[in-house]
Design a binder for this molecule. Structure first.
Ligand code: ADP
Ligand code: 5GP
Length: 200
């Protein structure tokens, strides 16, 4: 079931208090990281899984905070030893969710947020069908492209790959429980809060 606006969720408490997996997906550049950083500031008790990637760090990204940056051979070793709950290749790099920390937090009753792309979201749904899945939509493809360029971190080739992937991901948005359009960041954050915690 997909609900475009979380009006009906205003009276529910989808996330707390019991441990639950929350999957946040959406095209690269839509503002997932921006939204989650703000959510984290407001709810430090939520557990934000830190992914492993073979991508190079962007300016200001910190190993162990934004990602664990590893070599391809290290990543492949992690796949082989089942250290990743899910993993996928995206725009020429590997990305994966460390298994142990996520399982530990869930077993302790914490809510765990995964910010992952579509293939990973589908894998997580197969393992945890009760996961809450949220898709972040851009106001338009043009605005998405502007945000990707505005971030100023990727080459033209990488931007083109990410935009191509964005179109595929947007086609699958109906698979998700909720969709939020990140036009105004404060409004999008509010919708996310209502989905997760109900209106307060
Ligand atoms: P993602 O994590 O989805 O790849 P980011 O959070 O890195 O995206 O955001 C991409 C760019 O878009 C950043 O420069 C960010 O500041 C900007 N951005 C995010 N949300 C908005 C918004 N609502 N309006 C305008 N710009 C935004
Ligand atoms: P970026 O390079 O922009 O940080 O991330 C590229 C894409 O990889 C984004 O869609 C992001 O959500 C996704 N991603 C980040 N971590 C993971 C992960 O652990 N698993 C999967 N499947 N995707 C991830």
């Amino acid at each position: 079931m997909t609900q475009l606006l979380p009006t009906d969720a205003a009276t529910t408490n989808e996330c707390l208090p019991s441990g639950r997996l929350i999957v946040l997906t959406g095209p690269s550049g839509v503002g997932k990281g921006t939204l989650l950083r703000r959510l984290h500031q407001r709810y430090p008790d939520l557990y934000f899984s830190i992914s492993v990637t073979t991508r190079s760090p962007r300016q200001n990204e910190i190993h162990g905070k934004d990602y664990y940056f590893v070599s391809r051979s290290d990543f492949e070793r992690m796949i082989a030893s089942s250290e990743l709950l899910e993993w996928a290749e995206f725009a020429g790099n590997y990305y994966g969710t460390p298994r142990e920390s996520v399982e530990k937090q869930i077993s302790q009753g914490k809510c765990v947020l995964l910010e992952i792309e579509l293939q990973g979201a589908r894998k997580i749904y197969n393992i945890f069908p009760q996961a809450l899945r949220i898709f972040i939509q851009p106001p338009s493809l043009k605005e998405l492209e502007q945000r990707l360029r505005g971030r100023g971190q990727e080459s033209e080739e990488v931007i083109a790959r990410r935009l191509c992937r964005a179109k595929e991901e947007i086609k699958a948005a109906n698979e998700f429980d909720f969709q939020i359009t990140n036009d105004n960041i404060e409004a999008a954050l509010k919708q996310l809060e209502v989905i997760l915690f109900g209106s307060r």
